[in-house]
Write a protein that binds this ligand. Structure first.
Ligand code: G1P
Length: 290
């Protein structure tokens, strides 16, 4: 089995849940404190040892590629003004160990279709998929790092799972798991609560064996009329075992306003430059709420 070197980031979506903020700015560029969502994801991938980051993007979303590119005029201006601290921040957007590759998803045909668009770059290698909407926090070992450790033992596909409230199961892919090793028995995309096999949601981090691409080529539109990654994973179970993974850490669904706000507050409280002043304001403010 080849080593895991590549990650697919599907970033071609419309971002309609955050309109009007996302009318001219990709949702992946919305900042949590001082970094866009996509940068947290790229940093998580780099820390997990990934070297090739494949953006599956759209012509309207060039701001994402620009963010990870050099900006010669800005750099020379910062040098001219002697602002070396800002220069360092600007240069640090792309970790030195990764390269960013982009492919296009010409039509929004679903998450499964987005992953399939990366097939020419993935070839016959295992790969990860990270959804940039979902921020994962752990003070030492980030989510993808923890999953890579499991993958290096099992060499199977690994899916991050998280418990959700029953009323929320219809927002997510939901998995049916068996045994202490969380072997996946089935999964369904956005079920009604009475049809859901559990309350374990698929949370936005995946590691796949290359066979998923063969299956995606044959996958027909499912929930919402879109080609669903969850349906392809269900089909993969006919050929290979797959394990669920419960992340030891905190996740934030930043595709949702509530999750985005929680991430903003909690990341600000963790920021060593901001936390003291922010906490001083937040504590009495929160205490005064009814
Ligand atoms: C996607 C996946 C779903 C997963 C979710 C996690 O749905 O299709 O299985 O649970 O991401 O955020 P979306 O949020 O794109 O509708």
């Amino acid at each position: 089995m080849k080593p895991l070197r590549k990650v697919v980031l599907p970033v071609a979506g419309l971002g309609s849940r955050f309109l009007p903020a996302t009318k001219a700015i990709p949702k992946e560029m919305l900042p949590v404190v001082d970094k866009p969502l996509i940068q947290y994801i790229v940093e998580e991938a780099a820390e997990a040892g990934i070297t090739d980051i494949i953006l599956v993007t759209h012509s309207d979303k060039s701001a994402i590629e620009n963010h990870f590119d050099k900006r010669f005029e800005l750099e020379s201006e910062l040098i001219r003004r002697g602002k070396t601290d800002l220069l360092q921040l600007k240069r640090s957007t792309t970790p030195s160990t990764v390269r960013i590759i982009s492919v296009r998803q010409p039509q929004a045909l679903g998450l499964g279709h987005a992953v399939l668009c990366a097939e020419p770059v993935i070839g016959d290698e295992p790969f990860a998929v990270m959804l940039p909407d979902v921020l994962m926090y752990h003070p030492q070992r980030n989510c993808l790092t923890q999953m890579v450790e499991v993958y290096n033992r099992t060499h199977t596909s690994i899916i991050a799972l998280e418990e959700v409230n029953p009323e929320d199961v219809k927002k997510y892919g939901i998995a049916d798991v068996k045994g202490n090793d969380l072997r996946i028995a089935g999964m369904v995309e956005k079920p009604e609560v009475d049809q859901a096999p559990s309350n374990l949601s698929i949370v936005g981090r995946y590691i796949f064996t290359p066979r998923i691409m063969e299956i995606l080529r044959e996958t027909q539109p499912g929930s919402g009329g879109e080609i669903q990654l969850t349906d392809a994973m269900q089909a993969l179970l006919e050929y290979e075992v797959m394990f669920g993974f419960l992340f030891d850490g905190i996740s934030y669904d930043c595709g949702d306003k509530q999750g985005f706000l929680q991430a903003t507050v909690e990341f600000a409280l963790r920021d060593k430059h901001l936390s003291d002043d922010f906490r001083r304001w937040l504590k009495p403010f929160a205490a005064a709420l009814d």
